[in-house]
Design a protein around this ligand. Sequence first.
Ligand code: FDM
Length: 212
Amino acid sequence: MASKRGALIVLEGVDRAGKTTQCKKLVQALQQSGRPAEMMRFPDRSTTIGQLISAYLEKKSDLEDHTVHLLFSANRWELVPVMKKKLEQGITLVVDRYAFSGVAFTSAKPGFCLDWCKRPDVGLPKPDLVMFLQLNPAEAALRGQFGNERYETSAFQKSVQEKFEQLMKDPSVNWKVIDASQNVEGVHADIRTHSLNAINETQNMPLGELWK
Ligand code: FDM
């Protein structure tokens, strides 16, 4: 019998919703309960493509909007072989942002439609679970100022949120909305419950293909 695969778990959400903190806590909790787990994040700024993206986000370079969209997608595709290998080895991957951020951020720019934005990511490993950390703008504001990177303005984040809401209407993706206004431990408890369910439900199922 083939051994059990790991689950592909994605955390998405608006800025300051606590994605990174929660990804780390989830990986730790899974490992402590004897389930192999690793964290990944997109963009992965360590690769050659990731460095181009990082310079763009830090406003050290300008890139044409379609071009940078395709680079974000290429940055996911270049990591697919590694992701598949780890999942096959039974390692659960907890991913901070994925194709949904890719589509939500680019389609929030003028002149882009959701459909065009989704195309380059069609066929990526399909997450078994996507949790959207929901936080209203007033609550996000209480958590501090925006940083200085590109996209970190309230007007742009509002359009991004609307695009995420459109993406969440797609029933082919296993979306769960998490109330990120709770304290860190409360959010973590919700995330852990959904993740354990997903790990148990998908361990004998083949990995799917996103938006296909
Ligand atoms: N972002 C992230 C995109 O525009 N497209 C993508 O495909 C992805 C994965 O990059 F503003 C944006 C979202 C955010 C920035 O910031 C990455 P963090 O702080 O590294 O998550």
